[in-house]
Design a binder for this molecule. Structure first.
Ligand SMILES: Nc1nc2c(ncn2[C@@H]2O[C@H](COP(=O)(O)OP(=O)(O)OP(=O)(O)O)[C@@H](O)[C@H]2O)c(=O)[nH]1
Length: 679
């Protein structure tokens, strides 16, 4: 128990405690997305309700048999499902969609809201998905004998991704919600992303409903999980719902809890329209489809709306809800979440976090979101150089449906014309790559991922380097200092793995910041680590040395000064720009050696000798040679004329020299892929 008290002290950081104790300070913790737009007005919703209901009831908004007039804010609940990866969010979403009759039981595919092929293949959620459900329910204490009078509620459920790379999706989703189901696996207990997601929800002032899922598992220990929730987050164990999304056990308690414990959205129907743009994607037939949350006012088909960010005006061509597919309603009322089609030509016009309003009125912008921070950059090049236009097209179209990727053109002497793209992490990069191939048929070579470094020259000027090739190997000006980005990593592991994890983190240049027991068997650790060290293969190694029991999450932190060098790879003396990396000086030797060895394995023997070198500036630190294929020029030379044989061999040697001089080395695609795995 002593350990529990310790962790509760350390985890409930001063930030959390002061939030608990002094709600007036809430505003100073405008969350990651710059403050929930509903935030701070939760208490005012009752005043707004009667006005909302009166004014809404005058609108004619019946389309598709759905009359949104029945749903003033007091009958709306907006909530997210958040959890560590694989704790069962999407499966719970399935059960809730079935319970409310939104999808037919057993008819839909499992994890219905995971629609992308890449999500289905990998069994992970990549994009947050909203679904509107309708559910009849009588508040506790209401007259149960009058079942026919049970009021109907409109429930907007947002299923979110669990992986750390997509936590930006989670924070955006939470901006449209007043509550969250915090799902925890009954056997695994609280994991790293449970902690991260709890704080995201808490700092957005959301009502949090703990759900302990997978109680059907033989190793489930709901009481232990309840104790963890209490000690780590101060959540009342009696508030936890016990469920099995697999068998359906306990699921019937979830929607009543949502309706009773989550406040309705607090907006004012009588105020001018303000909508928060949550997300957008491009549809071949409808054009740009924006997901929006109506914070104040009412939106109708045919309205003229404008963007605060760009000042551009549009006409609303279609408006509706996701039920769970796009379902036109002709109107969206205060507090509702839905979609809008307004003739935007490109998703570039639909800026996530923007405020949309009626063109005729002037409004104050909603807080919006913190800009996306790209953690890793990589070059993407067509596998066949002549396919540049096709790749250009594919990237443009995919980027329309993935607002968190950045794209800039780049050219490489080795790989030709291509793109430098910024991603939220390695999984995001991998998913983008896979979607390019699967959805757009593009074949891509990606270069070694890099993080954004900062270098300072002797004259005091600084450059940010997102592409190692852009850093001159022999700069005119002396480089005097360099900085690299760091992260604060959270690791939760069974206590027997503490030793190997400490070794791994110190090998990766980590600095331990916190170490606490969250219960008698598990340890919570915090490390500051250079981002570069976790980008390549850290998670896999962490999983393998803990037999899969470690969980890991990180948030970006400040830059730290570091002794960085540019490592060039040379083939026959020519630097291959696409293979350049920036590494810590102490690791340069090892990385250089590994890279040349990898390349030796993957580059085929050619008609001339290939020398592979790793170099820092003009200093070669590793070298391998691939000997030339020796063509048997004597094959047709029967008998013993030695001088003729000698002549032929001389000629062959000359030929090889020429080829070395003029020939270019063929580097197979796998060589680039293999280099990605070298840290
Ligand atoms: N035994 C058992 N398995 C479950 C339960 N709920 C979900 N699962 C399984 O757990 C796995 C992960 O479930 P998902 O619903 O995809 O988990 P998720 O949290 O949405 O995963 P991400 O979106 O990748 O973070 C799937 O194989 C589910 O079938 C449950 O209550 N009991």
């Amino acid at each position: 128990m002593g350990s529990l008290t310790r962790v509760s002290k350390s985890l409930k950081s001063s930030k959390y405690l002061s939030l608990l104790q002094n709600s007036s300070k809430f505003n100073s913790f405008s969350s990651i997305f710059g403050g929930n737009p509903f935030f701070g007005r939760l208490n005012s919703y009752r005043i707004g309700l009667s006005q909302a209901f009166c004014s809404n009831s005058r609108q004619n908004s019946t389309e598709n048999g759905i009359d949104l007039n029945q749903y003033p804010p007091e009958r709306i609940r907006n909530f997210s499902i958040i959890a560590h990866i694989d704790h069962g969010k999407s499966t719970i979403a399935d059960r809730l969609l079935e319970l409310t009759g939104t999808i037919k039981r057993g008819r839909g595919q499992p994890q219905y809201l995971d629609k992308l092929q890449v999500e289905r293949e990998r069994g992970i959620t990549v994009k947050a998905q909203t679904a509107t459900m309708f559910h009849r329910y009588n508040f506790r204490g209401a007259d149960k004998d009058h079942k026919q009078e049970e009021p109907s509620f409109l429930l907007n459920l947002i299923d979110t991704p669990g992986h750390v790379d997509f936590s930006y999706e989670v924070s955006r989703s939470l901006a449209a919600c007043q509550g969250a189901l915090l799902v925890v696996d009954a056997a695994q207990g609280v994991q790293a992303q449970t902690v991260a997601n709890f704080y995201l929800a808490f700092e957005s002032n959301l009502a949090i409903i703990p759900v302990i899922n997978k109680i059907d598992q033989p190793t489930a220990d709901p009481d232990l999980v309840k104790a963890q929730l209490k000690s780590m987050f101060d959540l009342d164990p009696d508030d936890a719902l016990l469920t099995s999304a697999k068998t359906g056990l306990g699921l019937e308690k979830v929607l009543p809890a949502v309706i009773e414990r989550i406040p309705p959205p607090p907006g004012m129907s009588s105020s001018p329209l303000r909508m928060l743009l949550l997300d957008s994607y491009y549809d071949e037939y409808k054009g740009v489809i924006c997901h929006v949350a109506v914070v104040d006012g009412v939106l109708r088909k045919g309205d003229k709306i404008s963007s605060v960010a760009t000042g551009q005006a549009y006409e609303v061509l279609d408006v509706g809800i996701m039920h769970p597919e796009l379902t036109p309603t002709g109107v969206l009322l205060t507090g509702q979440v839905g979609y809008v089609v307004s003739g935007m030509r490109s998703t570039k016009e639909a800026r996530v976090g923007d405020t949309l309003h009626h063109s005729r009125s002037v409004v104050e912008a909603l807080p919006g979101f913190k800009p996306v921070k790209h953690m890793v950059f990589s070059g993407l090049f067509p596998a066949d150089g002549s396919d540049f236009e096709a790749l250009n097209n594919a990237i443009e179209r995919l980027a329309c449906n993935d607002a968190s990727v950045s794209v800039a053109k780049e050219s490489s002497t080795a790989l030709g014309l291509g793109f430098r793209c910024g991603f939220l992490g390695l999984l995001h990069m991998d998913v983008f790559h896979q979607r390019l191939e699967q959805e757009y048929g593009a074949h891509v070579i990606s270069t070694i991922p890099t993080v954004p470094y900062i270098f300072e020259y002797a004259d005091g000027s600084k450059i940010q380097v997102q592409n190692p090739a852009a850093l001159p190997s022999n700069p005119k000006q002396r480089l005097v200092a360099s900085w690299e980005p760091t992260v604060i990593a959270t690791i939760i592991i069974p206590s027997e793995y503490v030793g190997p994890i400490i070794t791994l983190c110190s090998e990766r240049r980590g600095e331990q910041l916190e170490y606490t027991f969250i219960d008698s068997q598990r340890v919570f650790m915090k490390y500051r680590l250079p981002l570069r060290e976790i980008v390549v293969d850290f998670y896999n190694e962490l999983k393998s040395i803990t037999s899969g029991y470690a969980s890991f999450d990180y948030e970006d932190s400040e830059y730290q000064q570091s002794d960085l060098v540019k490592l060039d790879i040379l083939l026959n003396g020519q630097p291959v720009d696409a293979m350049a990396t920036i590494v810590h000086n102490l690791k340069a030797q090892r990385v250089g050696r590994e890279q040349v060895e990898k390349l030796k394995k993957f580059i085929d023997r050619q008609m001339f000798e290939i020398i592979i070198q790793a170099a820092i500036g003009s200093k070669v630190i590793a070298r391998e040679t691939i000997s030339a294929m020796r063509k048997n020029v004597l094959a047709k030379c029967y008998g013993g004329d030695v001088t003729r044989k000698k002549k032929l061999l001389e000629k062959q040697k000359e030929g090889k020299k020429r080829m070395k001089r003029v020939g270019s080395v063929d580097i197979p695609q796998e060589a680039f892929h293999e280099l990605l795995k070298v840290s």
